[in-house]
Design a protein around this ligand. Sequence first.
Ligand code: AMP
Length: 281
Amino acid sequence: MLVFNERKAIVSFLEPLIAQKKTIGFVPTMGALHDGHLSLLDKSLKENDVTVMSIFVNPTQFNNPEDLEKYPRNLESDVSKVEAFNKNVLIFAPSVSDIYKNNVTSENFDFDGLENQMEGKYRPGHFDGVGTIVKRLFEIIRPTNAYFGEKDFQQLQIVKKMVEKVNLPVNVIGCPIFREKSGLAMSSRNERLSKEAKEKATIIFKILKAGKKYFEEHSALATQSFVEKEFSKHQDFKLEYFDIAEEKTLLPCIRKSKKKKYRGFVAVFIEDIRLIDNIGL
Ligand code: AMP
């Protein structure tokens, strides 16, 4: 299995493949890999001649230094997981200095307001960091297709918008949320939960499903109150937000329209660990 730690090395490796018009599938990650990440890899392997996975904990997208410090990192075990899954995957795991030189800062982006909703409200600067790293990685890897999870639905829409605005020749492909049998959305952050908290966190998807049902007969506002009330029954949870938004613009749903598609988005703390999830309504 090939693991590249320097941008120059992977650029030289990919150059002849790109010249031969091979399709390059790309799966950007921050490591601490789980089956959700592997589901993206699987799709890329099926749809492309070459698949690259990046493993890079991007400092500029963390608004909270403690979160960055505590983010799980284990490159060796990540490489073993990928190797066991498929040896043909190329891994790109650069250092921060290789990507940012001496200037670990974000570019400023205008995502037409997508950045001002939900995660953008609670994590200032987060999406500028995401835009910066995804743009840099796209410039290095030059993928034909790039795979992003709907787990981070707002991020997926932001990346689509960035590609459109910067005019990059990349197809951005959204992939469904991969869940544990319990319904809990897989996340690298789940590694930091105690066994009890992981068990309790299964409530999140249960409440989202109940919210979906409630929304069939009620307004967005009433559904929001319903979901908030459900979370308030569980003392271990601190709900940051539950928002119902239109899928494309991510604007809050004021009055339901049959022509629009909506999603319910949640961010919640348990044991001081922030988890996010969402559901199509
Ligand atoms: P991360 O390493 O958390 O930055 O995630 C890397 C990519 O994997 C992103 O596109 C995520 O949306 C995606 N991803 C993370 N968790 C899941 C999941 N449970 N199901 C599907 N995709 C996921």
